[in-house]
Design a protein around this ligand. Structure first.
Ligand code: GAP
Length: 438
């Protein structure tokens, strides 16, 4: 049975993945806080992305640009003018909605999700950028924006990257960080929030090769989700219709996931052409082009951009991994997460709290901590501890029992098959490392 949103939200809350922010005050406008397990898992999502986009490549380098940014950036990029959603007010209950998210009722007329009314104001463009003031004076000269995408930080640093790294197209810059959008209707748990993390690659290519690289990245990004455990049947690539394209894109495809409420975007891959580099070159007066000293060729590269969201990706991994089965006649919930995405890779479980087992259990923990993120749990019965680790997706449980004191071996239990194997402690780190390999 596929997991429902209610079950997912309950699991996230009770096991410390994600909590509504400011919950003791009744929550705060669709913001969320990440608990101990959420923080581990979202780090793993970002690390897996970084590994595939930067670590395993020669031609991609990292960046970390400022969140608080100059209005000049957003003027030049077109976001001040174009980064809008169509806003309508329901004339009956006065609630505000994104016009393109309203659904038609049986009679074909758009219907207010709150009161059922069908009388709306004309749609007007609403800019999604958060505006604030940098410094003590709140006047026009002090206006700053919280970035709505990390991408512009790549473009405004294009010349810096070229100067410091001596790269030649195709090459890329990768960045993971927070972005902010004043979404009209956030919702579906962490799917659409006003504060969120993005993982963006800007891949600079010779203009003539942009079509090929666009296809390459669509395939590469789709396969990344598959490699990390999401079934192909839960994923699809969808090309944008002309009228859906962002103001900077000539071609976009979304990697979509089959969420409990239907297909939703995990990541967009866009061909941004030379739109951004040319816009910033024009506005700043700087030269933002590539010069090939070997051939004497000079051009403004095109940009292929795979842009993904951390929270959506984490949610998709949780949904795809969620399953229920029976072990020894007892029902269990198990998250069949990829070992590198699971919050903990290993749980060390002393069979009993008796003092005699403590030193060896802690020795085993210290042995494994350098190679894996470990939980340590000596509470309750061993059966209940296995259930808890299954429910949070820990792939391996290492049990230290009284025989361990004699034979210097421990039991390694596999989450998915529940099979157990006796492993000598002096081989444990090696066995665990091979079982959680990428
Ligand atoms: N630089 C291009 C860009 O920002 P986007 O499709 O608007 O493209 C990229 O955003 C990804 O960021 C989305 O696919 C999604 O995963 C994530 N994202 C965008 N808006 C979001 C929101 N309000 N809440 C959570 N994630 C969001």
């Amino acid at each position: 049975m596929p997991v429902t949103m209610e079950e997912l939200v309950r699991l996230c809350k009770s096991r410390g993945f994600v909590w509504p922010s400011a919950e003791i005050y009744g929550g705060f406008r669709s913001t969320y806080d990440y608990g101990p397990l959420g923080v581990l898992m979202s780090r793993n999502v970002k690390d897996a992305w970084w590994r595939s986009m930067v670590q395993l490549r020669r031609e991609v380098v990292g960046l970390d640009a400022a969140i608080l940014s100059s209005p000049k950036i957003w003027q030049a990029s077109g976001h001040l003018e174009n980064f809008t959603d169509p806003l309508v007010d329901c004339r009956s209950c006065k609630q505000r909605w994104r016009a393109d998210h309203l659904v038609a009722g049986e009679d074909g007329a758009l219907t207010c999700p709150s009161c059922g009314g069908q009388n709306f104001t004309e749609a007007r463009p609403f800019n999604l950028m958060f505006k604030t003031f940098a410094g003590p004076v709140e006047d026009e000269g002090a206006v700053a924006y919280l970035r709505p995408e990390t991408a512009q930080g790549h473009f405004v640093n294009f010349a810096n990257v070229l100067q410091s790294e001596h790269l030649r197209p195709p090459f890329g810059t990768a960045q993971v960080g927070k972005s902010f959008r004043n979404e009209i209707t956030p919702g579906n748990f962490v799917f659409r929030t006003r504060e969120f993390e993005q993982m963006e690659l800007e891949y600079f290519v010779p203009p003539a090769d942009a079509g090929e690289w666009f296809k390459y990245w669509c395939n590469e990004r789709f396969e990344w989700y598959v490699r990390l455990g999401i079934g192909r049947e839960m994923l699809r690539l969808r090309n944008h219709e002309q009228e859906e394209l962002s103001h900077y894109s000539v071609e976009t495809a979304d990697v979509e996931f089959d969420f409990p409420w239907g297909w939703g975007e995990l990541e967009g891959i866009a061909n941004r052409t030379d739109y951004d580099l040319k816009a910033h070159a024009k506005a700043s007066g700087e030269t933002l082009e590539y010069f090939d000293s070997a051939t004497g060729e000079r051009y403004v590269p095109y940009v292929i951009e795979p842009a993904a969201g951390v929270a959506r990706t984490m949610m998709a991994f949780l949904i795809a991994a969620y399953s229920t089965d029976e072990v020894g006649g007892e029902p269990r919930t198990v998250l069949r997460l990829h070992p590198r995405i699971a919050p903990y890779q290993v749980a060390v479980l002393p069979l009993s709290k008796k003092d005699t087992l403590v030193p060896l259990s802690q020795e085993v923990l210290a042995l494994l901590q350098p190679v894996a993120m470990c939980d340590y749990d000596d509470t309750r019965s061993i059966g209940r501890r296995y259930r808890r680790q299954d429910e949070i997706g820990t792939p391996l449980c290492v049990t230290v029992d009284f025989t361990s004191l004699e034979d210097k071996a421990v039991t390694v239990r596999d989450r998915d098959s529940t099979t157990q194997e006796r492993v000598p402690i002096d081989r444990l780190a090696e066995v665990v490392t091979s079982r959680i390999a990428w």
